[in-house]
Design a protein around this ligand. Structure first.
Ligand SMILES: [Zn+2]
Ligand SMILES: [Zn+2]
Length: 334
C-alpha cells in the first residue's frame, strides 16, 4: 500500500513523501493517529543528525506515536523500540541496552530505522500496547516521553518519601516532576532559567522552583546537600554542578539530559559525598507503565501540550517546536 510519511533529508530539509508499505506476516498494520515531536526530531531537522549519528540517507522522523490497529480499530500506543530479545542485555531485562536495537527514527544504525510519522505503520505485536480509547490522543501521545521519565525514576532507586530536585523543566523534566509526584516523593523542586518553564513545572506538580540565574535557597547546599535524589534533565553544565552541590551525601543523581562533548566536573566532591550517579537512557518495561499511568490519570500531561498540527504542516510544526521561548510539546495529527 501507498502511505504518506514525514521525511528528513538533511539539515533544514523535511517534507511529506509517499512511500510503499509492506506488512510482514508476523506484523500488525496500525493507522497512526498522533505523534509527538521530540528533541531528537528537531536535531535531525536542524543539524542533519543527533550527536555522533549523522543522516546517511533520508529517514522518516518520529518515535512518540499512537494509533489504531487497522483491522480491529483497537487504540494502541506504539513502543518505538524493537530489541533483539536474544543478546545478554535483553536476556537480563535491560532491553534498552540491546546491542542490536531497532529504534524508530534513529540514525544510530545503517541503514537507519524509519520513524513513526507515517499514515500507517507495520509493527511487531510486541510493540503495541492497547489502551482505553476514551483517553484523548493529546494525552496518550505522551506515553513514550513519560516512559523515559519513569525509567529515570527506576534508575534513581525510587523516590517514595524522598526530596527530589529536577534541573531542566522542559517536557522530560516536567514529566519526571509529575512522575515523582505520582511515585510518592514528599517534595519536588524544579529549576530552570525560563519563568514560563517553571510555571508549567508548578502545574505539573512541583512544590517550588528556582531560577539558577537568581540563585537557589541557601538551605539546599547546607549540611552536604538537601535532596535525596536529583535528576539532571537540562544538559546544561551549570545544572549538573547544582545537582552535585544540592544532593545530600549518599543521595542519588540521575543523568537524563544529553550533552555532546566533554564535561568538567568535581570528581572528588562526588566521591567524598558518596553520590550514586547513574545514567538513564530510554526505557524497558516502563513503556507499559506509562500507558497505564496516563489511562489512570496518575500523570496529567496536558499543561505540556503547546499545539497540534496536521502532519502536512511539518515545517511549521518544527519551527514552533524548536522555539524554546514558546513551545513545550508539539504534536502532529494523522
Ligand atoms: Zn522522544
Ligand atoms: Zn538484544
Amino acid at each position: 500500500m501507498k502511505v504518506e510519511t514525514v521525511k528528513v533529508y538533511g539539515e533544514g530539509a523535511v517534507g511529506v513523501e509517499s512511500t510503499s508499505l509492506d506488512v510482514g506476516s508476523d506484523e500488525v498494520l496500525v493507522q497512526v493517529t498522533r505523534g509527538g515531536i521530540c528533541g531528537s526530531d528537531i536535531h535531525y531537522y536542524q543539524h542533519g543528525g543527533v550527536g555522533d549519528f549523522k543522516l546517511q540517507h533520508p529517514m522518516t522522523l518520529g518515535h512518540e506515536v499512537i494509533g489504531r490497529v487497522a483491522e480491529t480499530g483497537q487504540a494502541v500506543a506504539i513502543n518505538p523500540s524493537l530489541p533483539c530479545g536474544e543478546c545478554s542485555y535483553c536476556e537480563a531485562g535491560h532491553s534498552n541496552q540491546c546491542v542490536d536495537m531497532q529504534f524508530f527514527g534513529s540514525a544510530m544504525r545503517n541503514p537507519h530505522v524509519n520513524g513513526g510519522f507515517s499514515q500507517y505503520l507495520s509493527v511487531k505485536h510486541s510493540q503495541i500496547v492497547p489502551y482505553d480509547e476514551s483517553i484523548s490522543h493529546d494525552v496518550m501521545a505522551f506515553a513514550e516521553p513519560l516512559a523515559v521519565a519513569i525509567h529515570a525514576i527506576s534508575q534513581s532507586g525510587g523516590v517514595l518519601g524522598k526530596k527530589v530536585l529536577v534541573t531542566g523543566c522542559g517536557p522530560i523534566g516536567c514529566l519526571i516532576i509529575a512522575a515523582c509526584r505520582a511515585a510518592g516523593a514528599i517534595e519536588v523542586v524544579g529549576s530552570d532559567v525560563s519563568d514560563r518553564c517553571r510555571d508549567i513545572a508548578a502545574e505539573m506538580g512541583a512544590d517550588s522552583s528556582f531560577s539558577p540565574i537568581e540563585g537557589a535557597p541557601e538551605l539546599y547546599s547546607q549540611a552536604k546537600g538537601y535532596f535525596d535524589v536529583s535528576f539532571e534533565a537540562s544538559g546544561a553544565i551549570q545544572a549538573f554542578h547544582s545537582c552535585i552541590d544540592f544532593t545530600r551525601a549518599k543521595g542519588s543523581l540521575v543523568l537524563v539530559g544529553m550533552r555532546p562533548g566533554m564535561v568538567d566536573f568535581p570528581l572528588t566532591k562526588c566521591l567524598a559525598k558518596e553520590i550514586n550517579m547513574s545514567g538513564s537512557f530510554r526505557f524497558t518495561s516502563e513503556f507499559k507503565t506509562a500507558v497505564k499511568w496516563l489511562e489512570a490519570g496518575k500523570v496529567k500531561p496536558l499543561p505540556l501540550l503547546t499545539k497540534v498540527f496536521p502532519y502536512q504542516d511539518i515545517v511549521e510544526a518544527l519551527k514552533l517546536a524548536e522555539d524554546k521561548n514558546s513551545a513545550m510539546k508539539v504534536q502532529l495529527s494523522f
